[in-house]
Design a protein around this ligand. Structure first.
Ligand code: HEM
Length: 370
C-alpha cells in the first residue's frame, strides 16, 4: 500500500511540475537536441559514468549547439540549460544575465559569497574592489614570481625528455598553484616539489566533490548528500582549507599593522610588489576576515585549474605541431639566450592596439600562427 501511495505522489508531483512549467517547456523546444529527453532525468543520463564520460557529455552537448546553429537545449532533471557556442549570442547573454544557475551555486558551499558565484547584489560591489587589483601595473609586478615558478616547472620537466608520453597535468597544476598562492597570498607552497601537503590535497578534494555534486543530480538533494561519506569528507577538507587561509589572513593583518617584520614585508618596503591579499585589505575598506577568505578562495579556484588547462592545452598543441614548436623555440633563442627571463614587454602581440589587428589573418600573423 505504501509504495502505491509513493508512486501516486511522485506522479502527481511530475504532473504538477509539468503543468506549472508548461509554457516554459513549450519555449524550451525552440532549442534543439538530438539526444533523447528521458522522463524525469532529461539528458542527465549522458553524465552517468566516470569523469571521462562526463567530460564527453559536455563535448556532446557543445557539438549539438554547433550543429543546431549555435545553441542547444538540455534538461538536467527539472532544470533546463541552454548550451551556447555562438560568440555573438554568448556576448548578449553574458552582458545581461549575471545571476548564476543553481547548479553553479554548489560552489558557494566552499567559496561562500566570493565573487563569481555570489548573488548579484553582493557580487557587484565586490567586483569593484576586485577589478583594480588586477591592473596591469599590479600584474606586472608578479612577473618575477611567474618566471621563478616557470623555471622550476621547466627544470622538473627535464626528466621527461626522451622518456616517452607522460601526463603534463601534474606539472602545470602544481605550477599554477605555486604561482597563484605566492601572488595571491604571499605564501610559497612549493607544490611543485611537495604536492601531498594537507592544504593542497584538501583543496583538490573540495573542488572535486563540488564538481561531482554538480553533475550528479541525486546529490543535489541535501538530505541524500548529508547521508553519504563524501559529505563528511567535504566538511573535513573544507575545514583544513579554511584554517590554512584564515591563519594567513590573521598573520597578514598583523604584519600590515607593522607588528611583524617578515620577509615579504621587506619586499613591499622596496616598493616591488604586494600580494593580492594585501591589495584587498588596502582597497576593500572594511572587508571582514570571512570576506577576505572568500575572495582569496575565488582567486585560488578561478586562477589555478583554468590556467593549468590553458597551459596544458598549449603544450599539447605544440607537441603536435612541431613546426610551430620550432618557431617558438627559435623566437626564444633569437632573444640571445633562451634562458633569459621573459619580461612584460615580451608580450608584444598582446599589447598591439585593437585597431592594429585588422583581420583574423593579421591576428594569426601577430601570434606567429601563420
Ligand atoms: C586561462 C585561464 C583562465 C580562464 C579560461 C578563465 C576564465 C574565466 C571565466 C570564464 C570567468 C567568468 C566566470 C563567470 O562569471 O561565470 C572568470 C572569472 C574570474 N576569473 Fe578567470 N580565467 C582564467 C584565469 C584566471 C586567473 C589566473 C585568475 C586569478 C589569478 C582568475 C580570476 C578570476 C576571477 C577573480 C573571476 C571573477 C570575476 C568576477 O566575478 O567579477 N582567472 N574567469
Amino acid at each position: 500500500m505504501l509504495w502505491q501511495i509513493v508512486v501516486l505522489l511522485v506522479l502527481l508531483w511530475i504532473y504538477y511540475g509539468h503543468h506549472k512549467n508548461r509554457r516554459f517547456i513549450q519555449f524550451s523546444k525552440c532549442f534543439k537536441n538530438d539526444y533523447k529527453t528521458l522522463p524525469l532525468i532529461g539528458h542527465a543520463y549522458l553524465f552517468c559514468g566516470d569523469g571521462e564520460v562526463r567530460m564527453t557529455a559536455f563535448q556532446l552537448l557543445g557539438r549539438q549547439a554547433l550543429k543546431h546553429g549555435g545553441a542547444a537545449g538540455a534538461w538536467f532533471c527539472r532544470k533546463f540549460y541552454v548550451v551556447i557556442t555562438d560568440p555573438v549570442d554568448l556576448d548578449v547573454v553574458m552582458k545581461t544575465s549575471f545571476e548564476k544557475a543553481t547548479i553553479m551555486q554548489f560552489a558557494r558551499n566552499l567559496i561562500g559569497n566570493g565573487s563569481i558565484f555570489a548573488p548579484v547584489p553582493i557580487w557587484r560591489p565586490r567586483r569593484k574592489v576586485l577589478a583594480p587589483t588586477f591592473s596591469l601595473k599590479n600584474l606586472n609586478k608578479f612577473m618575477k614570481i611567474f618566471n621563478h615558478q616557470s623555471r622550476i616547472m621547466v627544470d622538473k620537466l627535464q626528466k621527461q625528455v626522451g622518456a616517452g608520453p607522460f601526463s603534463i597535468w601534474g606539472y602545470t597544476s602544481t605550477f599554477t598553484m605555486d604561482a597563484i598562492s605566492e601572488t595571491a597570498l604571499g605564501v610559497k607552497l612549493n607544490a611543485q616539489s611537495h604536492s601531498d601537503q594537507p592544504f593542497l590535497t584538501a583543496m583538490d578534494r573540495c573542488l572535486y566533490l563540488i564538481t561531482m555534486r554538480m553533475v550528479q543530480p541525486w546529490l543535489h538533494f541535501k538530505f541524500i548528500l548529508s547521508k553519504l561519506p563524501l559529505y563528511k569528507e567535504f566538511k573535513t577538507c573544507k575545514k583544513i582549507v579554511y584554517d590554512f587561509i584564515d591563519e594567513i589572513i590573521v598573520s597578514k593583518r598583523k604584519t600590515m599593522k607593522g607588528n611583524i617584520n617578515d620577509e615579504s614585508q621587506e619586499e613591499q618596503d622596496d616598493g616591488r610588489w604586494k600580494t593580492l591579499l594585501e591589495l584587498f585589505i588596502e582597497s576593500s575598506g572594511g572587508y571582514t576576515d570571512v570576506e577576505l577568505r572568500e575572495e582569496i578562495l575565488v582567486i585560488l579556484t578561478a586562477g589555478t585549474d583554468t590556467s593549468a588547462v590553458g597551459i596544458s592545452f598549449t603544450l599539447l598543441m605544440l607537441s603536435r605541431h612541431l613546426d610551430v614548436q620550432e618557431k617558438l623555440y627559435q623566437e626564444c633563442c633569437n632573444k640571445g639566450n633562451y634562458k633569459a627571463l621573459p619580461t612584460w614587454a615580451d608580450n608584444g602581440p598582446v599589447h598591439r592596439k585593437r585597431s592594429q589587428i585588422t583581420d583574423r589573418n593579421d591576428q594569426d600573423n601577430a601570434c606567429g600562427l601563420k
